[in-house]
Design a binder for this molecule. Structure first.
Ligand SMILES: *Cc1c(COP(=O)(O)O)cnc(C)c1O
Length: 385
């Protein structure tokens, strides 16, 4: 394969990014090396391959591609999104350090930061990410990093990174962004001041509801530190997971573009229904972050929330009547899914607490897939009736 030095577009990068030149007769698809052992050169420790180090050929191939896709120096694939977040934090923070984090993060992340980091003597302050001055007020002498997630689950709020970036740059802090909901097709956080980007590759990057994996991206030096943590804490992925992730990644661009279109169609349709009190989708002008999403994202995403006028009872009936859209908690795959935050991500809060943060009972979250939009709408319509 001849190589070009030109920087490819994202749709080309998901297919070819980081491919190495191979002679005629080579397989077009990166072969699966389902082996944990590789022959080692005698008389040296150099070049030792072992999957737990993240250097098996399938890990290296997909890592090169992910780094190009996000515009990072280096990438590391781990066994899950939580494994990625945990090792990213272990490599960044030491006992006595302080972390400022958005209060609106994935539930598992929240528990990890709140309980596990505390056990290691690392303090965390959670702030309301929409209160711009809150970030500055939370800073301490020992603050090392700011952690946030955008877009936010399940209200699809989109954060403006400009005030945060200003703070991290002025104070020499690391800005860590969990970009799982956006995928690099819709948002590239390094272009907006991020120093570290994390993905649950279980979601959009793989996109087929069949792989558990996570990714950390950043400078080559930082990624080596994350690799050390991953190796010692045993958070590396299996070669087959890397191979599947590379395969899933090839269609990321077409999948996400289709999901953007489908979700917009569903959002517009739902917004006109009297059974729906409110639609949470950044593509709609009524969404509080429509402007910021318009200026920073290349697409509005495949996630959307609706509030049913009939509340909890209506939501229960609605979910039981859906035929095409599966009730399941995860997101980002080709099949459309639906879930209720009161029984998934926000089950630890009371109904009143959920209402206070904009997720009243009757709130239903969709992860829109790549089906025909007309079929999705027809399914929602028959379930609302
Ligand atoms: C799912 C998810 C995670 C955790 O990822 P796993 O692959 O399930 O470990 C982290 N952050 C966000 C935003 C997620 O949606």
């Amino acid at each position: 394969m001849a190589r070009s030095n030109r920087e490819y577009g994202l749709a080309t990068t998901v297919l070819h990014g980081g491919r190495v030149a191979t002679p005629p007769g080579s397989p077009v698809v990166q072969p699966l090396y389902q082996s944990v052992n590789f022959g080692q050169e005698t008389g040296t420790a150099d070049g030792m391959i072992y999957p737990r180090y993240g250097n098996n050929p399938n890990a290296e191939s997909v890592q090169r591609r992910l780094a190009l896709l996000e515009g990072a120096e280096a990438a590391l694939v781990l066994g899950s999104g939580m494994g990625a977040t945990a090792c990213a934090m272990l490599a960044l923070l030491r006992p006595g350090d302080h972390l400022v984090a958005s209060a609106w993060v994935y539930g598992g992340t929240r528990t990890l930061l709140e309980t596990e980091l505390a056990l290691m003597g690392i303090d965390v302050t959670f702030v309301d990410p929409m209160e711009t001055r809150g970030w500055r007020k939370a800073l301490r002498k020992k603050t090392r990093a700011i952690f946030l997630e955008t877009p936010v689950n399940p209200t699809c709020r989109v954060l403006d990174l400009r005030p945060v970036r200003f703070l991290t740059e002025a104070n020499g802090l690391a800005l860590v962004v969990d970009s799982t909901f956006a995928s690099p097709i819709n948002f590239r956080p390094f272009e907006h001041g991020a120093d570290v980007v994390i993905h649950s590759a279980t979601k959009y990057l793989n996109g087929h509801h069949d792989v558990l994996a996570g990714v950390v991206l950043g400078t080559a030096q930082y990624i080596e530190e994350v690799r050390e943590k991953m190796t010692l804490w045993g958070q590396a992925p299996d070669p087959f997971a890397c191979w599947l992730l590379e395969r899933g990644l090839k269609t990321l661009s077409v999948r996400v573009e289709r999901q953007n279109v489908n979700a917009m169609r569903v959002a517009e349709w739902c917004a006109a229904r009297r059974e729906v009190r409110r639609v949470h989708y950044p593509g709609l002008e009524a969404h509080p972050d429509h402007e910021i999403a318009l200026f920073t994202q290349r697409g509005f995403g495949g996630m959307l929330g609706i509030e049913l006028t009939g509340g909890a009872k209506a939501a229960d009936k609605f979910l039981r009547r859906l035929l095409l859209i599966t009730h399941a908690p995860s997101l980002g795959g080709v099949e459309s899914l639906v879930s209720e935050p009161r029984f998934s991500s926000h089950s630890h809060l009371s109904a009143a607490e959920r209402t206070a943060i904009g997720i009243p009972d009757g709130f239903v979250r969709f992860s829109i897939g790549i089906e025909d939009a007309d079929d999705l709408i027809a399914d929602i319509e028959q379930a609302l009736r």
